[in-house]
Each structure stands twice: as C-alpha cells, then as structure tokens.
Design a binder for this molecule. Structure first.
Ligand SMILES: [Cu+2]
Length: 272
C-alpha cells in the first residue's frame, strides 16, 4: 500500500436542491454542438461556465455548460462530495474511464438513530475532511448567500489532505455512490483523450444539471481526424424537392397513410 501521487486534483460537490441539481452550484446546460466534432464552434457558444462566477446564491450565469480540462497522461484525482443543506446520495458516473476508488469518507452518524448526526441548530454534521468555502464566505455580515450550500469544496487541510490509496485490491468502477454528507476520491490515468460526460445517474438530477464535461487532453484531441463529409450541427438542410423525395420513399412509415403490412406478427408462426 502506498500513498498515490496525483498530478491533477479537483473537487466537485453535488447538490440536489429541488429543480436545481448542480455540481459546484452550476446546473449543466447541454451545448448546442458536440464538443468532440465541433470543438471550434463549441468555444464560440456563449453558455460555457465561467468558473470564477459565484454561484451562491445562484444566478443565470450558473445555468451553463460546465466543462473542466485535465492534462494528458497524468494521475488525476477527482473528489466528489455530497455536502450541503440537503443530504442525498448521488451515483456519480464517469464516461471514458474506469477509476480507482481511492477513499470514501462518511458523515458522522448518530449511533442511536442511525441517521446523520445533527448539531444543536439541526444542521447535519458532514464529514470534516472537506470544507466548503461558502460557509465562511456566506457567514460574513451582509452576505446574502446560503452558508449551508456548498459550491466551493476543498480539503479542510490542503497541506495534509486525507491519505488516498491505490493498491492491487483497490476497487475499480465507472460509477460510484457518494454517501450523503460524505465524499469519494477517485483516481485514474488520463490516457483517453476526449470529452467525457461526468454526471449523477439519478436521471432527474442529471436532467436538472448535475453534470459536467471532462475535457481530457485537448491538445491530443486536435489530432482526431473528423471526416470532412460528417454532418455537423447547423449544416443539415434539404430543398423542398429533396424533402418530398425522401417523404415518398417506401419504409418511411409516417409518410404513408395506407396501413402497412406488419413486418412481424407475433401471432403467426414464423415462416422463415
Ligand atoms: Cu444525484
């Protein structure tokens, strides 16, 4: 067992406020163009998240295409947490990789009830390895943000973060359950350039925006050969004649009003 050296570390807190599920306070907006095949126009679109914008309280700028960049051929550590006013478990799924589960941190449980402990104000006691800067920022006088939200998670002690380990028995997954009030640290090697979706697999959380894009090794992606003849968003047009021609082609069910003979009738013996 050894402490694993990581070259790139990022923290994401997943919160599931009703109608406003987010990662670090940002609710993911699907981009109008696919970033792999149309990366240039992707950059032109105005909805990419500005990670310097404050998202507690959330503004319209926090409904955006959240994308992070990671370097090529490094050991990347992502820390997923579920801290904040709402205690929920999130099933975080990363495309493009399987990853090592290097550490799981749980909240403090009340041994009498089995539920997450609450302090004297009724606030859940989260795992203390992670701090949210919101707590400090929003407790300042005159601040209108919510100190119970968590849009800026980090290790409580950045110079001595928890020991995360990867060894020959470390579990490898592509989806991991982040405990309510706790966190999971995952490690993987960034050896698969691409644009990978990272999202909560609770579908309504994902649809509300608990997701982001991991832009892995952008320099390497520039070497991808995008076929010239490949359709691009925005370049698909038909003349009226072409449209009518396609509509008249057999097999386009919607274009035909005559009842079609069924291709397969489950009540008839298969005749081959
Ligand atoms: Cu979720």
């Amino acid at each position: 067992m050894h402490e694993h050296k990581t070259n790139s570390k990022k923290h994401f807190n997943f919160e599931g406020h009703s109608g406003r599920a987010s990662a670090n306070g940002r609710s993911f907006l699907l981009p109008p163009v696919p970033p792999v095949t149309q990366n240039e126009s992707f950059h032109e679109q105005p909805f990419e998240c500005d990670i310097n914008k404050k998202c507690n309280p959330p503004t319209l700028a926090c409904l955006c295409t959240h994308r992070i960049t990671i370097p090529y051929q490094k050991t990347v550590q992502l820390v997923f947490s579920s801290l904040g006013g709402i205690n929920a478990v999130h099933l975080i799924h990363l495309h493009g990789h399987t990853f090592h589960v290097a550490k799981i941190g749980y909240p403090e449980y009340d041994p009498a009830t089995g539920f997450i402990k609450r302090d004297s104000n009724g606030v859940p006691v989260h795992n203390s390895d992670i701090t949210c800067d919101d707590k400090i920022m929003c407790s300042l006088p005159g601040s209108e943000c919510d100190p119970l939200k968590c849009t800026k998670p980090r290790w409580t002690n950045p110079t001595h973060p928890p020991i995360t380990t990867v060894h020959d028995r470390t579990v490898r997954k592509d989806t991991v359950m982040v405990p309510a009030g706790g966190y999971v640290a995952i490690n993987f090697k960034s050896d698969n350039p691409g644009q990978w979706f990272l999202h909560c697999h609770i579908e309504d959380h994902q649809l509300q925006g608990m997701a982001l894009i991991v832009d892995e090794a952008p320099e390497e992606q520039k070497k991808f050969m995008i076929p010239d003849e490949m359709n691009k968003c925005g370049d698909f047009t038909l003349t009226m004649e072409e449209y009518e021609h396609l509509r008249s082609m057999p097999g386009l069910y919607a274009a035909h009003h005559d009842p079609y003979p069924p291709r397969y009738d489950p009540y008839q013996p298969f005749s081959g």
